[in-house]
Design a protein around this ligand. Sequence first.
Ligand code: NAD
Length: 345
Amino acid sequence: MRRGARSGLFTMVAVHSTVRGPALGGCRLWHYDDARAAMRDVLRLSRAMTFKSAVAGLPLGGGKGIILAPDPAGPTRRGLRADALRDFGDTVEALGGKYVTAEDVGTSARDMEAIASRTSHVTGLSRRRGGSGDPSPWTALGVHEAIKVCCERVFGTPALRERTIAIAGLGHVGARVANLCAKDGATLLLTDVDRSKRELAGDLGAHWLEPDAALAAASDVYVPCALGGVLDHASAVRIGAPIVAGAANNQLADDDVAELLAQRGVLWAPDFVVNAGGIVNISVELEAQGYDPRRARTRVRGIGDTLQRIFDAAHATRATPLDAAMTLARERLAEAQAAAAIPRA
Ligand code: NAD
């Protein structure tokens, strides 16, 4: 944690694990009430990145960055954002490659270019700069793959033609998932708190629902693509679909909800497996051959194989998909730890 020389703002980086490779995780530009709350958040988020990358089989560890934005209601000045991004770049550089940053809530590919003026340990640069660009299409591709795998398990076919799919949140990821499912001929039920998104429903010939109605609507797949915490003990018993697979982070209000969903016969695809498309794409940017979208597409589609493996393990061990995913991540971390302990000949 450092105070930026230019901006005077605090910048933080948490490195949770480098066992499988450099700790990769986005840089959040966010206002917190105090630095302790930000510290707790950056530690929690960096740990989650370790498991997300490990379960996806990526040669990456878990990290996260935060720039503590000033109170939005308070005084600010021109150029503060650019200064803060450069300060954050210095913090990243000070870690000498243990941490690699990327875009996250409150930052964009353009911001990564400002950070890149101070450090080379930055990903998600624009395609023009040799980077992998916007992660959202890749996240959407992974979600689409996950939906098909879940449908194959529950209905015996991955085809979406006969399926009714309810998507909540039509932002960067959700709108793209809707497009992909529409191309496959699915019947769509769409919702967003932003009513301007209703236009997309019209364009795709989809039905529009009010946000409160989407979770309980009779459908084959419920796809949360808005905020986290949507599945708690009250909402889990109201779900109208036998499958939940979506991009939203931290969908479960607490881990016990995974058990409740399994008891109710709802197949829940763990969010940190389903929404890994963005980071899988970034990992291709870090490969020695340089970025190649075709390689990225193949890798992102691998999310489907990972999910199959998790569902098979959950079935075989009578565990929830959440437990099976965490077990796979821990095994992959232990393997990397053991390999690092073996002295090279
Ligand atoms: P976004 O901000 O572009 O879109 C979110 C959409 O959800 C917005 O249109 C918003 O109006 C809508 N929304 C908010 N609350 C809602 C509610 N209660 N009901 C219905 N709609 C609501 O975000 P995004 O980039 O599309 O990401 C969506 C989710 O996926 C987030 O949880 C994000 O953390 C997660 N995620 C995104 C990526 C990525 O590549 N963008 C990667 C991993 C995880």
